[in-house]
Structure formats: structure tokens, C-alpha cells
Design a protein around this ligand. Sequence first.
Ligand code: C2E
Ligand code: CA
Ligand code: CA
Ligand code: CA
Length: 278
Amino acid sequence: AQDKGRNTYQFYAQSMNVALAERLSLESDLRKALERDEFLLYYQPQVDIRRWDVVGVEALIRWRHPERGMVSPASFIPLAEELGLISAIGDWVLRTACRQQVAWRATGLDVSIAVNLSAVQFQQPSLTAHIAEVLQETGADPHKLELELTESTAMQHAENAVTIFHQLKAMGFRLSIDDFGTGYSSLAYLKRFPIDTVKIDRAFVKDLASESEHAAIAIAIIAMAHGLKLRVLAEGVETQAQLDILREHRCDTIQGYFFSQPLPAELIEQLIVNHRRR
Ligand code: C2E
Ligand code: CA
Ligand code: CA
Ligand code: CA
């Protein structure tokens, strides 16, 4: 029995070492990923439900690791925040999205690009000055850029958010609250935020067709947002049935695999052009 205990301990110790080694190697690779040019942006269309036209795209970062292949942002963004790398990565994302917008504009493609801001970026006092610099350097049009902040970040730093949102709005940006419904929202704050769009989290869109409580929440969010004169986007729309219900309840815009997965810039460009030609 003693032997067995020791083996179990050794097994745990070993797997802990493996997990730790794994994490350390991922950390050290992440530190080098920027200079090695391993990040890229994918774009996912946002479609106006009534006109069935692509009105914007969301920029979603990808890490093409030389050995691991594509690493999901859901796993490396939190790590980047912890390691203090998120500012540099966020800066790269914003710059790349701005350059893409300028390039698309030159070919006559006028879609707005949404960019995710992390909680850490949002707390930096230099955020707005820095964003202004990127705009100036790239020549991007802020009216065609949307900045996304999650509901939980916005509400956790609500007073701060009111101030920063007003600054960003004055610079011409469109603003949206991401993952809406997953955190605790104060309606009083929501009303004070000069935002344009509320993005209903995928969790509430998922069971939309099954008349669950989640469906009731999604429908309530649409009504509430419209009451506040905000545009509503539903995330993670995968089926015609979900789309039909969203349309019935007058949701404005959808994003999800039903229309398209996130794709590299060239493919998105083709997809939008072909869709408009149809
Ligand atoms: P998010 O901002 O909520 O982005 C939406 C996520 O849902 C994306 O995952 C997208 O690929 C996925 N998605 C879209 N449509 C569907 C669908 O129909 N079904 C399903 N199952 N999933 C769908 P992705 O690209 O893996 O990104 C995950 C998260 O990582 C993002 O969630 C965002 O929080 C974060 N992230 C991604 N790019 C950036 C970035 O540039 N900066 C920051 N700070 N965070 C980012
Ligand atoms: Ca987002
Ligand atoms: Ca989201
Ligand atoms: Ca999310």
C-alpha cells in the first residue's frame, strides 16, 4: 500500500512537472511570438439581418505556432495578460486592423472593423493617447472602427469606463459591449455609456430555438437595448432557426458560423465582394 501511495505521488509530481514545463515553454514562446511575426488577424463578418449585407467584421487574433499549429486566443490572451505582454499584442492588433482598413478602403471596400480591447489595456492611463497615435500613423478612419469591451470589464471599472468611452467617442470611434448577459450589468451605467452596440453572448443564442430561459434572456436583451436606442448584435449564430427568431424579435445584426467563420483578410475580402455581387 505504501508503494502504491509513493507511485501515485510520483505520478502526480511527474504530471505536474510536465504541466509546468509545458506552461513555461508556452510562456517563453509567447514572449518571442511578436518579433517572430507569428500572429495574424482573422476577420468574421457582421451581417445586417434586414438587408442581409455585411456591415462590418470583427478582428480576431490567431497565433500560428511553429510546432503547435494554431493556438486559440482563449488560451494565450489570458496568459499574455498575466505576463504583461497584452499591451504590445493589443497594439499590434490595433495597428494591423487600422492598416487593413486603409488597404480595404483603397480598393473601395467600406466595412468597419471591430477590435477587442482587453481589461488590462483598458486600465492603462495612456490608452487614448496611444490609440490616437496609431490612428495618426496609419491614417485609419475611426468612424469605421469599433472598439469592443466586455460587459464584465466595463462594469468592474464603470466610472472609469464612462470617462474613457466619452474620450473614445469624441475621437470618432464606435463602441460596443461584448459578451453581454454574462456579467452583472447596471442599467444606470449602461445608459451612461456612450455606446453604439450591445453584443449578446453566444451562450444566450445557443438555445434560442428551444424556448429555454436563455432564449428569454436573449429576447429581453434585444428589447432593453432598443429601449436604450442601442443596436443589438447576436454572437455565435449557427442555424437558420436561431436567425429566424432573432429576425422576429428585430435583432439588428448577426455574427456566427451560419454566415461565415473567421477567415484571413484575402478570403474575407472575396467573400464580401462575391456576396454583394450575388
Ligand atoms: P469574443 O470576442 O467573444 O469572440 C467571439 C468568439 O466566438 C471567437 O472565438 C469566434 O471565432 C467565435 N465564434 C464566432 N462565431 C461562432 C459560432 O457560430 N459558433 C461558435 N461556437 N463560435 C463562434 P476566438 O476567435 O477563438 O476568440 C476567443 C476570444 O479570444 C474572443 O472572444 C476574445 O475574448 C479573445 N480575443 C480574440 N482576439 C482578440 C484580440 O485581438 N484581443 C483581445 N484582447 N482578445 C481577443
Ligand atoms: Ca469580441
Ligand atoms: Ca463576444
Ligand atoms: Ca467571449
